[in-house]
Write a protein that binds this ligand. Structure first.
Ligand SMILES: Nc1ncnc2c1ncn2[C@@H]1O[C@H](COP(=O)(O)OP(=O)(O)O)[C@@H](O)[C@H]1O
Ligand SMILES: [Mg+2]
Length: 340
């Protein structure tokens, strides 16, 4: 083992052994990328340009990507990721510890009690949520509502933070943000200021926007990240059977970038929308299913299917969640936003 790494491990051990647990936690939080053995200025700037600005972000980054995409040598990649994982305690943990974390998990309200209940008390942070459904089922409306609600105080179901919106279909509307803000008696000028919108013009651009997002998430205290919709560009750019494998590979990598965001930043809710294809496609069994196939099904943590009910009513159904039953909830889209 290299000398720098040994010294570093000793330092980490000393911090961990401290009797004062919260002090030890704070000390670890204070550690910066520069403190890792093997991270010099050149490596640091490479990491930064890939959006890796914290030890946690590095600990969660796949080593192969560090080499192939960030351009860091094999040895250094292994060394710095291992050192980062040492700090982040990425080995086994007790279920009790996991429960403590989940119990204290922050949640964000959707604006509808029925919907919140369906999600077990609002949308959870630290997870990737997928909303899929046909046109006009309320996917974009919910996405807008979350951008407003994230700014609410914790006691009102908010996360006291800003929102980042990747708009791939050109359907982001400040007008709706204004309506929704007024529906909550919020100053819409302030609310608009706290929503960062990236219009993605093609799939590469969409992927790039998410790769660049960590810096903004840190700087602007972002608590909600939206991609609306994840599939539109991929679907129009990769047509025909021959391109399917490439498309799925890119989509897979993009969704993993989203997953990594939700795991890297505290109290971050990540949500993407997805279309359903009503006509039978070559690669799916169910004719009315979300697009993207298994890649997407396995990428998101919680999947919700939206469909139209009577009038402005919509029905949400949890399709696949590790801890939630498959049940339904009815909500309405009003001028003020999402309500029961
Ligand atoms: N100002 C508004 N007041 C009431 N309902 C609205 C308003 N704006 C949009 N809606 C409703 O939202 C629906 C569109 O939902 P949207 O989230 O854009 O669908 P999608 O699932 O395709 O993203 C419209 O059909 C309409 O019923
Ligand atoms: Mg939409």
């Amino acid at each position: 083992m290299n000398k720098g790494l040994k010294k570093f491990k000793k330092k980490i051990k000393e911090i961990s052994m401290s009797d004062n647990k919260s002090e030890a936690k704070d000390k670890k939080k204070e550690l910066k990328l520069d403190d890792l053995p093997g991270v010099g200025d050149a490596t640091k700037s490479k990491l930064k340009s890939a959006g890796i600005t914290s030890i946690r972000a590095l600990a969660l980054y796949p080593i192969s990507k560090l080499q192939d995409e960030v351009g860091i040598g094999e040895k250094t990649s292994i060394k710095i990721v291992k050192a980062a994982q040492e700090i982040e305690k990425m080995g086994f943990k007790s279920a009790e510890l996991i429960w403590e974390k989940r119990r204290d998990l922050k949640r964000i309200t959707t604006g509808s009690n029925n919907l919140d209940e369906l999600f077990g008390g609002g949308l959870e942070t630290g997870a990737v949520i997928e909303l899929f459904g046909e046109y006009r089922t309320g996917k974009t409306q919910i996405a807008h509502q979350l951008c407003v609600n994230s700014q609410l105080p914790y006691e009102s179901g908010g996360l006291e933070g800003a929102a980042l919106y990747v708009d791939t279909e050109g359907t982001f509307r400040p007008e709706r943000i204004i309506n929704m803000s007024e529906g909550l008696d919020l100053d819409y000028g302030e609310v608009l200021k706290n929503i960062v919108v990236g219009r993605a013009y093609n799939s590469d651009h969409q992927v790039l926007l998410i790769k660049e997002s960590p810096k903004i998430i840190e700087e602007k205290n972002i608590k909600v990240v939206i991609v609306d919709s994840i599939i539109t560009h991929f679907r129009s750019e990769y047509v025909g059977r021959g391109t399917l494998a490439t498309r799925q590979q890119l989509l897979n990598s993009h969704i993993h970038d989203l997953l990594r965001l939700s795991e890297t930043f505290e109290e971050l809710c990540v949500l993407f929308t997805n279309q359903v294809s009503a006509k039978p496609d070559v690669f799916y069994g169910n004719p009315l299913t979300h697009t993207g196939g298994n890649i997407i099904a396995h990428g998101s943590t919680i999947r919700v299917y939206l469909r139209k009910g009577k009038g402005e009513q919509r029905v949400a159904k949890i399709i696949d969640a590790p801890h939630l039953p498959e049940s339904d909830a009815v909500f309405t889209i009003t001028d003020d936003g999402i309500r029961d």
